[in-house]
Design a binder for this molecule. Structure first.
Ligand code: PEP
Length: 251
């Protein structure tokens, strides 16, 4: 764990207009100033340019929430990795459970998007995690292992080291139902174990593995203290500067 710096990333989802985004970022900046962790805000596409401008000279980085896998062409409504890179985004969330659930995202498209992001020099935040019935029937390990294998298929060791993986049990996202500290730690350890068997221990030890799912100002300290949890991907609580600030301090 000492090898890895915690990363606290806010996933704003489809929230905040451009002017609201500026207000929120201005509130976060002073709360983030002396942080020991890396801090990212993943904003809607329409706010990227504004957010990049607003965080200039601070320790906050900007990410997008999705990216298309093709470089350019007839893909109406899509955004390419080079577009994100040029606008100043440094990170991109890929395979969030809401995209898997509502927008037909599959492990195959997650894999293609991850490769496209890496090729453009973006850092992917690849989301994995089991559904409620999968946890209840005891197949969490199998599900998450399969996601890791398929999502990272064909990605080199060198590229793997750059990744952030977010373990987000789907039953904990936006539900107020957080995984216990032990469940989060166990699943992050499981992911690191899978990475070790695919890429070797040195690569696995270099990868940032976050927990996500109703992390908030109250539960963040204990979650991020866990050996295998390298920070968090935070939805709801990242929209309130004070709460996000507490989580940053906890990491
Ligand atoms: C998320 O969107 O990645 C997330 C974890 O949401 P929430 O914190 O609201 O559960």
């Amino acid at each position: 764990k000492q090898l890895r710096k915690a990363v606290i990333a806010g996933n704003w989802k489809m929230n905040k207009t451009r002017s609201e985004a500026v207000t929120l970022i201005k509130e976060i900046i002073p709360l983030a100033k002396d942080a020991d962790c890396d801090i990212i805000v993943c904003v809607p596409f329409t706010n990227l340019e504004t957010a990049v401008e607003a965080v200039k000279g601070t320790n906050i980085k900007v990410g997008a929430q999705n990216v298309h896998f093709e470089e350019a062409g007839a893909f109406t409504g899509e955004i390419s990795a080079s577009m994100l890179k040029e606008i100043g985004a440094e990170y991109v969330i890929i395979g969030h459970s809401e995209r898997r659930q509502y927008f037909g995202e599959t492990d195959e498209t997650v894999n293609k998007r991850t490769k496209a992001a890496l090729a453009a020099g973006l850092i992917p935040i690849v989301c994995v995690g089991e559904l409620l019935w999968e946890r209840e029937t005891g197949i969490t390990e199998e599900v998450v292992s399969r996601q890791i294998k398929l999502d990272l298929n064909g990605i080199s060791s060198e590229d793997c080291k750059k990744l952030i993986i977010a373990y987000e049990p789907v039953w904990a996202i936006g539900t107020g139902k957080t995984a216990t500290n032990e469940q989060a730690d166990e699943a992050c350890a499981l992911i690191r174990g899978r990475l070790a068997s695919l890429y070797g221990k040195d690569v696995a030890d270099a990868v940032t593995i976050q927990y996500g799912g109703s992390m908030n100002a109250q539960n963040a300290t204990e979650l991020v203290a866990k050996e295998n949890v390298d920070g968090g991907l935070i939805g709801g609580a990242s929209l309130k500067a004070a709460d996000f600030g507490v989580i940053i301090k906890a990491a």
